[in-house]
Design a protein around this ligand. Structure first.
Ligand code: FES
Length: 109
């Protein structure tokens, strides 16, 4: 089942359903430009977005409005990005975040 969020309380309303590609751990994922990253990942069957720092427990979407931090991932090299309120753009790179995440220098990417 495909779920698309057309009207989002923070990101607004999608008017143009332009198909784009984002990369999850370097694997291409079909998405719609402007939809929350979390929606694109869930549609692709990806359910673990990060793991906790101490117990390494899996986390995914919980609040879906940018309040809880459970959906944080590394997006285009930036850790702790809330994917439920961050819109997709073509060619973005998203990585599962282990613990607190690491800031990547340009040379490390
Ligand atoms: S799911 Fe709570 S901040 Fe994204």
């Amino acid at each position: 089942m495909i779920l698309r969020v057309i009207e989002h309380p923070i990101l607004g309303t999608l008017t143009d359903l332009k198909k784009v590609t984002l990369y999850f751990n370097d694997k291409p994922i079909a998405a719609v430009e402007g939809e929350p990253i979390a929606v694109a990942l869930l549609n692709a069957g990806i359910k673990v977005f990060r793991t906790t720092a101490k117990r390494h427990e899996p986390r995914s979407v919980f609040c879906a409005i940018g309040r809880c931090t459970d959906c944080m991932m590394i997006v285009d090299g930036v850790p702790n990005t809330r994917t439920c309120v961050t819109p997709v753009h073509d060619g973005m790179h998203v990585e599962r975040q282990e613990g607190l995440g690491v800031v990547r220098k340009e040379a490390d990417k």
